[in-house]
Write a protein that binds this ligand. Structure first.
Ligand code: PMP
Length: 428
C-alpha cells in the first residue's frame, strides 16, 4: 500500500493521513511518551529505503547516518541479500529443528573462517542482547564461576542479564535486583583488571564503546585485557555487536590489536540488515568445557533459522566482495576530519569528535544541544541519533557503502545543525 517511490511521492492527502495515523497509533498503542518526543523532533514516516537512503511519506530522501544504530552496514535492502533470502524462502524459511539445517552449518563455517584465531563454534540467535546472554552463560558454565566484570558506560542490551552488566543507571533502576555478582571497572584502564578479575567467570568489553558515547580505548588495551583474563582464568568476551563486521574499518574491532578473545558476540550487521540475527562464537576450549556433554542447555526456537542464515551468508560475502571494510576506513577518516573541523569552528557547541571507521561520535558541550541539532539535520535530509548511554554524544553511523559525496552532504547537514545551535546560544 505505502508505495512512495523516489520522485513519486504519495498524494499530499495520503501522506498527511499516514503521518497522523502513525502518530495516533504510537500514542494509543505503542509508546505515548516516545510518540510525543518523535513528533516534537519532527520525525516523518519511513516508507521505503534503499542503499544509504530512506524516503518519507512525502517522497523526501534522507541519508541514513543513524543507520538503524549500526544495523545497515550494507545499506538498506542490499539486492544480493534480498535475493538470497527470497530464494531461501521458496525452499524453507524456519528450521524444523529435528533435522540438519545445512544453511546454519554453512553460515557457522563462514563465520569461523572470517573470525580471528581459533574462534570456531557459534550459536545463532535473534538479537544482540541474546548473543550477550548466551556468551555470559557459556562463560559461567565453562568456568564454574559466577562473577562477571564489565565496564562503566558499557551497553550490552536490555534483557535482564545484559542489562545487569550494562552501565547506565536510568535503564537499570526500575528493574532491581539485577544479576548478582557483577562488577564494573573503568573502560580503557587495564590496571584495574587483575584485582577485579579475581575469581571472575568473564570480562566483557566492547572494543569501542558504542552506546557509551563512542569511546576508543588507548592502544594496547585489548592486548592487556587478553593477558589479564589469561592470568585470572577468566573468559574474555568481546562484545562486537556494534563494532564487528567492518564498522570500525577492521573486520572485527579486536583485529585492530590482533587480539583473539575467547568469545565474540555479533548481531546488527551480521545479516545485512534484512533479518534479525545474533550469534556468539567461541574457542573450542571454552565451548567444550561448557557444552561438550550437554548439547541442549542453551537453545532458541527461532535462532539459526534458514532465512537468517541465508541472509548472513550473503551479507558476509558482500562485506568482503565489495571491499566495504576499506571504504569504512576511508570514509570514516573523511567524516571524522570534517567533524574535527566543525569542532574547531564551534568549540562552544562541540566538545570533541572521535571515531574509528564509520562509528563516529560528536560530543556536545551540553546534552540539550542535540535536541536542536538532530531535528535540523533531519530538515536538511540526514538522520542522526544520540548514543543510548550518553545523550551528549550524537552518533554518525552510516552504511559502509556510503560515498565521499554523501559524507560531504552529511557534514553540510551537521554544519547546519551546529550553526543553528550556535545562533540559539547567541540569542540566550
Ligand atoms: N551490545 C552492543 C555493543 C550493542 O551496541 C547493542 C545494541 N546497541 C547490543 C549489545 C544489544 O543489541 P540488541 O539491541 O540487538 O539487543
Amino acid at each position: 500500500m505505502m508505495q512512495s517511490r523516489e520522485g513519486q511521492p504519495l498524494t499530499s492527502g495520503t501522506a498527511q493521513d499516514l503521518a497522523a495515523e502513525a502518530f495516533e497509533n504510537y500514542k494509543q498503542y505503542v509508546n505515548p511518551p516516545l510518540a510525543r518526543v518523535m513528533k516534537l523532533s519532527g520525525s516523518p514516516v519511513e516508507v521505503r529505503a534503499s542503499g544509504t537512503t530512506i524516503w518519507d511519506q512525502n517522497g523526501k530522501a534522507y541519508l541514513d547516518f543513524a543507520g538503524g544504530y549500526g544495523v545497515f552496514t550494507l545499506g538498506h535492502s542490499h539486492p544480493r541479500v534480498i535475493a538470497a533470502v527470497r530464494e531461501q524462502m521458496d525452499a524453507m524459511s524456519l528450521s524444523g529443528k529435528t533435522m540438519f539445517n545445512v544453511v546454519l552449518g554453512r553460515a557457522a563455517k563462514r563465520l569461523a573462517q572470517l573470525a580471528p584465531g581459533d574462534l570456531q563454534y557459534s550459536f545463532w540467535c535473534n538479537s544482540g542482547t541474546e548473543a550477550v546472554e548466551g556468551a555470559v552463560k557459556l562463560a559461567r558454565a565453562a568456568t564454574g564461576r559466577s562473577k562477571i566484570v564489565a565496564t562503566r558506560d558499557a551497553y550490552h542490551g536490555k534483557t535482564l542479564g545484559s542489562l545487569s552488566i550494562s552501565g547506565r543507571e536510568t535503564f537499570q533502576t526500575p528493574f532491581r535486583p539485577l544479576l548478582a555478582g557483577v562488577a564494573h571497572v573503568d573502560f580503557g584502564d587495564a590496571s584495574q583488571l587483575d584485582e577485579a578479575l579475581r575469581d571472575a567467570a568473564a570480562f566483557i568489553v566492547e572494543p569501542v564503546q558504542g552506546e557509551g558515547g563512542v569511546n576508543i580505548p588507548p592502544d594496547g588495551y585489548l592486548r592487556a585485557v587478553r593477558e589479564a583474563c589469561d592470568r585470572a582464568g577468566a573468559v574474555f568476551i568481546a562484545d562486537e555487536v556494534q563494532t564487528g563486521l567492518g564498522r570500525c574499518g577492521y573486520r572485527f574491532g579486536c583485529d585492530r590489536e590482533g587480539v583473539v578473545p575467547d568469545v565474540m558476540t555479533l548481531a546488527k550487521g551480521l545479516s545485512g540488515g534484512i533479518i534479525p540475527v545474533g550469534a556468539f562464537i567461541a574457542r573450542p576450549d571454552v565451548w567444550n568445557r561448557a557444552y561438550a556433554k550437554q548439547p541442549l542447555v542453551h537453545t532458541s526456537t527461532f535462532g539459526g533459522s534458514e532465512i537468517a542464515c541465508a541472509a548472513a551468508l550473503a551479507a558476509m560475502d558482500v562485506l568482503e566482495d565489495e571491499d566495504l571494510i576499506a571504504n569504512a576506513r576511508d570514509r570514516g577518516t573523511q567524516l571524522l576530519d570534517g567533524c574535527h573541523q566543525l569542532g574547531a569552528e564551534f568549540p562552544h557547541v562541540i566538545r570533541e569528535a572521535r571515531g574509528l571507521g564509520l562509528l563516529v561520535g560528536v560530543e556536545l558541550t551540553n546534552e540539550g544541544y542535540g535536541g536542536w541539532i538532530i531535528p535540523e539535520m533531519l530538515k536538511a535530509g540526514v538522520t542522526a541519533a544520540w548514543t543510548l548511554n550518553q545523550q551528549r554524544v550524537i552518533r554518525l553511523e552510516p552504511p559502509l557503502v556510503v560515498t565521499a559525496d554523501e559524507v560531504d552532504r552529511a557534514l553540510a547537514a551537521l554544519r547546519a545543525g551546529v550553526t543553528t545551535a550556535a545562533e540559539k546560544l547567541g540569542r540566550l
